[in-house]
Design a protein around this ligand. Structure first.
Ligand code: URA
Ligand code: SF4
Length: 192
């Protein structure tokens, strides 16, 4: 198995799909490499493409706020994406692009060995939880796959478009907090 530096170097020079032609930067992912909790988005947007960092635009600011509600931040989790290069005009990544890229995510999961994976939005949930995943009906539900607890939240960009989804997301975040308390060892500092 590749180590982190080898994996990152390979990913940063990757040309396995056509998104390589239009990207500015590869967005490898960011956060704690010993995290027990991983968040997985869809793919870089404009700000991410320009900076090489995941979730730094408007949706990213909302993700930071969402994490803060349950005492999480980027030092405690790892944040990645289904595809590491920006799809033009922020369209959904094509299946061929996701297939070309998913090996990097699988290697990241293999290196981190998270206890919990939180899919951000339906694209990640359909690839990682179940092909016919219905985000409207199944967000916040828990699924166990290969010993990892998985759930999905509405994508923060969807919450920006439709604030009526926010109360459900608050409940889903509380459920993630409860699951962390139940099964994680060091994500939250020892609670008094
Ligand atoms: N949306 C995503 O899905 N990922 C990012 O990194 C930024 C916005
Ligand atoms: Fe490689 Fe993934 Fe970028 Fe495609 S999206 S070029 S597979 S890193």
């Amino acid at each position: 198995m590749k180590n982190w530096d080898e994996l990152e170097a390979e990913c940063l020079s990757c040309r396995k799909c056509a998104l390589a032609d239009t990207r500015t930067n590869v967005v490898f992912g960011d956060g704690n490499r010993q995290a027990e909790v991983m968040f997985v988005g869809e793919g870089p947007g404009e700000q991410e493409d320009l900076t090489g960092k995941p979730f730094v635009g408007r949706a990213g600011k909302l993700l930071d706020d969402m994490m803060a509600i349950i005492d999480l931040d980027r030092t405690r989790v790892f944040i990645g994406n289904m595809v590491k290069c920006r799809p033009p005009q922020n369209r959904d990544p094509l299946n061929v692009e996701q297939e070309a890229c998913i090996g990097y995510l699988r290697s990241q999961v293999a290196l981190i060995r998270p206890k919990i994976i939180v899919c951000l939005g339906r694209v990640a949930a359909m690839k990682l939880i179940r092909e016919d995943f219905k985000i409207t009906r199944e967000h916040g539900q828990w699924f166990q796959k290969a010993g990892v607890w998985m759930t999905a939240l509405y994508h923060p960009a969807a919450l920006l478009r439709d604030p009526r989804k926010r109360p459900d997301t608050f409940e889903d975040l509380k459920s993630i907090q409860a699951k962390i308390r139940e099964i994680c060892l060091h994500t939250y500092p020892q609670e008094e």
